[in-house]
Design a protein around this ligand. Structure first.
Ligand SMILES: [Zn+2]
Length: 204
């Protein structure tokens, strides 16, 4: 199965008198993020992670700050372009994980809402989006918002092939289908432990 990973980073300084956008959400705060666009640090990091995963350059390649068309632009537009790029390359998102680093505002109280908004923008489920937040302890960067993002993509072809195979297989044959796709079937119960379900609501 063809898979790709991507990584993105971004930072913006806080500035008084501009609206604060993070992850496509307008957040009530006395300061926003300075930038040529709306300064959405999280969407910029995710956009770079998506573009990087298919070796399509970065956000500056597509939307140079020197171009007046992108002045004040909504960063969801950048994200949309990156999604078109990965689709053209023949991939779709499996999941993303992100980490925001800023002193304020506190992200934890809005993390659930952020996750839903980012999932909506990416056309994936909230359980496929990780939002983590840290304060910049010892970094002396209180006036800055930083975002890191990683994405995992899988080939659309592999996904279509798997669905086609599953649709034509008898339900009783599913074990055989899985075995043929992953090689040796791993029975985790034989190891004497149950695999706990991932708790998507745990945001600590
Ligand atoms: Zn940016």
């Amino acid at each position: 199965m063809g898979m790709r990973i991507g990584f993105g980073f971004d930072s913006h300084a806080f500035k008084a008198g501009v609206p604060l956008y993070i992850g496509g959400l307008l957040i009530e705060h006395p300061e926003g993020l300075a930038g040529h666009s709306d300064g959405d640090v999280l969407l910029h990091a995710i956009t770079d992670a998506l573009l990087g995963a298919v070796s399509a350059g970065d956000i500056g390649t597509f939307f140079p700050p020197s171009d007046p068309r992108w002045k004040g632009a909504a960063s969801s537009l950048f994200l949309k372009t990156a999604m078109e790029e990965i689709k053209t390359a023949g991939y779709k998102i499996v999941n993303i994980d992100t980490c925001l680093v800023m002193m304020r505002p506190k992200i934890v109280p809005i993390a659930g809402e952020l996750r839903e908004r980012v999932a909506e923008l990416l056309g994936i489920k909230p359980g496929e989006v990780g939002i983590k937040a840290k304060t910049p302890e010892g970094l002396n960067q209180d006036g800055v918002a930083v975002a890191y993002a990683t994405v995992l993509l899988e080939s659309l072809e592999a996904d279509a092939g798997l669905k086609k195979y599953a649709a034509t297989a008898d339900v009783d044959d599913m074990d055989a289908v899985v075995e043929s796709l992953v090689g040796v079937q791993r029975d985790l119960s034989a190891l004497g432990r149950k695999v706990p379900a991932f708790d998507a609501d745990d945001l600590t």
